[in-house]
Design a binder for this molecule. Sequence first.
Ligand SMILES: Nc1ncnc2c1ncn2[C@@H]1O[C@H](COP(=O)(O)OP(=O)(O)OP(=O)(O)O)[C@@H](O)[C@H]1O
Ligand SMILES: [Mg+2]
Length: 452
Amino acid sequence: MRCFHFTNGERKPDGEDVVVSRSSARVSWARSLSVASSSVDTTRRSEFDSECSELGDSVGFLELLTQRRANDVRVFKFSELKAATKGFNRTLMIGEGGFGCVYRGVVKVAGDGDGDGGGDGGDRFLDVAIKQLDRNGFQGHKEWINEVNFLGVVNHPNLVKLVGYCAEDDERGIQRLLVYELMSNKSLEDHLLGRSKSPLSWMTRLRIAEGAARGLAYLHEEMDFQLIFRDFKTSNILLDEDFTPKLSDFGLARQGPAAGLTHVSTVVVGTVGYAAPEYVQTGRLTSKSDVWSFGVVLYELITGRRAVERNLPRNEQKLLEWVKPYISDSKKFHLIIDPRLEGDYPIKSVHKLAHLANKCLTKNPKSRPKMSEVVEMLGNIIDDVMPPQEEPEAQTETETETQVAEENEDGLGEEGCGVNYVRRVFEFKELVSLRNRSCGRLDWRYWTHGSR
Ligand SMILES: Nc1ncnc2c1ncn2[C@@H]1O[C@H](COP(=O)(O)OP(=O)(O)OP(=O)(O)O)[C@@H](O)[C@H]1O
Ligand SMILES: [Mg+2]
């Protein structure tokens, strides 16, 4: 799904905390170029100025990023990337977004010297994903620069690694490419929307949600500056061979409000269906906008549906509007759960995830949880399904089965559509924890009605 820009111009000053100004954006642009590329044709700069009304980063911030650039980001020649993709052969194309096409390829990178990588002199060959900026694409050069700047600095197991980039200008035009580690299971969108043969299990969905939440928590809370991702969606959650999620696409990311300020005022960008209503309406951006988008993705994990799907009947096109009546009716709730799961889920766990999604989708951004709190809540939901190893293991399987049967007779399992392979473990945990694990009422009072 492609990103949108709601407006082309700048937002009018909105109190003291306006970060964007056209002059600073121009300076940032020039600085950005020197940060990201040493081979840019400066005569082309004016061509892109219109795109740069909101680079969103102060000169100081870009300098900070340059100083911090800890990650080993390599500069590739265009010819190398052309060879790596057999001339951008369509058979090697693995995806296409607003930026352009994504190809798989193999590149040579400097090895760690142990010589076991199959290359010469310690060099090794690496499977990569190569994104080529489409000259006519909707997204542009400032996103490319943002991506290089931010991914050169951030470092977390749930964020994709940028291997390198290419910026070359010649008589044929400009070439902007990004080279990432190849994520062998592609994106969450590819799996959720039926493009893969085997559907993601409920547990895998929970773990993907938890990992993605960790990535956002790192950006929001764990660095000495805050980054707001601004484009959190299933196609930007990539999955490695173990289905560990990694966030990709920092093109729209921007620095959070400076100390003492509540928000940044910006041009509204993002993807339809994911952007927080207050951000769309006012241009006021906070980290809680990402929390809203996270709530949308949780509902996509539950339902296996897109945030917005034009091919469905009108009343089902907007996911949040469609699920609303089902969420408030516990008897109908199971009807929204992804049919590809074929009933293979613990219903209480799904309820709890929906409850968490509702918290993220609270109308008032201040009432939404912080991402570190979301990580914690997801951890609890996962533990309920799959207790950690160190949990007491005193009971035998027979005892557990008896207790589950008794519990069901007591009516605790009455929501029980979708009883499955994890059900027994789930219920066992319920018994030993002696905690009140009421998943709570799913409350729609604070939801924005028909927000987008
Ligand atoms: N590092 C990667 N490894 C494997 N596949 C990737 C990688 N990066 C992107 N892809 C694939 O390419 C697709 C397109 O990615 P891209 O980021 O260009 O666009 P998008 O996220 O779908 O849309 P948008 O441009 O609006 O962000 C992804 O959905 C994914 O399938
Ligand atoms: Mg993407």
